[in-house]
Write a protein that binds this ligand. Structure first.
Ligand code: GDG
Length: 483
């Protein structure tokens, strides 16, 4: 492949793991794989808080031809950058939750300063022909800060979460600055066409850019930026193997023993309001109301490891979910049956694969999600001869690929209840057909392919090199006499 000799430099908030001890998710697997093959550098936060913060010494871990390099953050940097702007402003906004997004100038400033600090610390580690690939909503400004530092090499950005419609984005007080900074990357990647379109619409409506051919944007000052959808995948083979491991089998057997022949429904999500867990519980309650014959015949296990507990909306969610599960159990439980079980402690990935495999139904019903890897993991973990049914939100990025799932509106308890009922009685033949179609896609668009597709585009000769900035600038500003 062209350009395989360029060193890959990945930047993301958390780095690693490079070796898969059953902990890595889709993102880490895809990137670790590319880093191992090309050699390179993975730069990010160490996970530690220190007084020196982003000024701390760089920590290095070498793994063959790949180095993990990390710096700390200070208490105030973490508060303003991570809990503040990233998770109180950007996360809700980009997930269409303007109602709970909080904007304050201080954390916006800290976010930007942390992006600058990361760029300053990374700059001396870069070489001219590196491929620099920046990840996610923590680092919108990192590319433009690297440009400011004088970096002129290839810069790519991938947004793992949705990009909201332009009118909503415009509510962010610094939206113009932030999206303009995205245009300093050569390639900007999104999970779906929908996200890409929202981004391009913002650039056109708010920043006087032009949509050239559906895949590129010409900025007001004449630069060409590639903006495309690159849907992320999982390591499907690896996950299917996990599902057959001893640890998985142990967990599969445990779940089957507890369910004692009842239909087992599972949900697996970081505990996050975007995942629609509250609405899912309501849908399950509706099922028990609508179909009394299913009482005692079905049960629901929700795995929801706690995340970002320091942000109020997340702490409130835990209280709400535990209360709701308690109410439903209180309302319907019998001596030998508890309808809902919620587990806030995580499992290893092998154990998780076994839990998926023991389930007859998996509910992936986010209110909004960039992709949702759980949907793909569930498909990969199933026994193709007797697969479970996937219920998938129309608002998950994964819906664009997995349309053989039962597609639901997660806001409608009636819709969820109907889908659950249909899943519970779906004939084997239909389950197999739907699963085979989804499995083929999950095994075709893997984490590895996602990574290589993005890097091939980032590696291609840049439009900005073919049509230098000055050409467009002269045209735009009407100085044709200079030709
Ligand atoms: C962001 C975007 C996009 C869950 N519980 C346990 C556990 N998990 C793992 C799942 C899955 C991962 O966490 C969650 O991935 P998702 O894709 O569902 O969601 P986010 O964390 O919000 O990820 C998302 C993704 O980035 C990638 O681009 O798809 O849309 O929001 O892999 O299995 N893992 C373990 N124990 C658990 O209890 N080990």
């Amino acid at each position: 492949m062209a350009g395989n000799n360029h060193r890959l430099v990945v930047v993301s908030n958390r780095v690693g793991p490079l070796s898969d001890e059953g902990r890595a998710g889709g993102l880490a697997v895809g990137l670790a794989d590319a880093l191992r093959r090309r050699g390179g550098l993975w730069f990010g936060w160490s996970g530690s808080i220190s007084d020196e913060g982003t000024g701390s010494e760089i920590r290095t871990e070498e793994h063959g031809s790949t180095a993990l390099k990390t710096i700390d953050m200070s208490e105030s940097e973490i508060e303003g950058f991570y809990f503040g702007f990233a998770n109180r402003s950007l996360w809700p906004l980009l997930h269409y939750r303007l109602d709970i997004a909080a904007f304050d100038r201080k954390s916006a400033q800290v976010y930007r300063a942390v992006n600058r600090r990361f760029a300053e610390r990374l700059m001396p580690l870069l070489e001219a022909d590196d491929l620099v690939w920046v990840h996610d909503y923590h680092f919108f400004y990192l590319g433009s800060e690297l440009r400011r530092e004088g970096y002129d090499g290839r810069l790519g950005f991938f947004l793992h979460i949705p990009f909201c419609p332009p009118d909503m984005m415009a509510a962010l007080p610094t939206s113009h600055d932030l999206v303009r900074a995205m245009l300093d990357y050569d390639v900007v990647g999104f999970q779906t066409e929908n996200d890409r379109r929202n981004f391009v619409d913002f650039c056109v409506q708010e920043l006087d850019a032009h949509d050239i051919d559906g895949d590129r944007v010409r900025t007001a000052d004449g630069r060409i930026v590639r903006a495309s959808a690159f849907p992320i995948g999982i390591d499907a083979e690896g996950f299917a193997e996990f599902a057959l491991s001893d640890e998985a089998k142990e967990h599969e057997a445990m779940v089957r023993e507890i369910s004692r022949g009842r239909q087992q429904i599972v949900g697996v999500d970081r505990m996050d309001y975007s995942k629609g867990i509250v609405e899912r519980f309501r849908g399950f309650e509706q099922l028990l109301e609508d179909y009394p014959d299913l009482r005692g015949q079905t049960q629901f296990l929700q795995v929801a490891p706690v995340s970002r507990g320091e942000v109020e909306a997340y702490a409130d969610l835990r209280v709400e979910l535990e209360g709701l599960a308690g109410n439903i159990n209180g309302r319907f439980a019998t001596l030998d049956w508890n309808p809902i079980q919620i587990m806030v402690n995580g499992f290893t990935r092998r154990a998780l694969a076994g839990i998926y495999r023991a389930a007859q139904i998996c509910m992936v019903t986010p209110l909004r999600d960039g992709m949702n890897l759980v949907a793909k993991e569930f498909v990969a973990a199933q026994d193709p001869d007797d697969p479970g049914v996937l219920i998938l939100s129309r608002f998950a990025g994964a819906r664009a690929e997995l349309n053989e799932a039962l597609i639901v509106n997660p806001y409608s308890p009636d819709d969820l209840s109907r889908a659950l009922h249909r899943a519970a009685s779906m004939p084997l033949e239909e389950r197999r057909e739907r699963h085979a179609a989804m499995r083929a896609k999950v095994f075709a668009n893997t984490a590895h392919n996602w990574c290589e597709t993005f890097l091939a585009v980032l590696d291609a000769p840049a439009e900005r090199d073919l049509q230098p900035r000055s050409w467009w600038s002269r045209l735009r500003f009407g100085t044709a006499s200079m030709w």
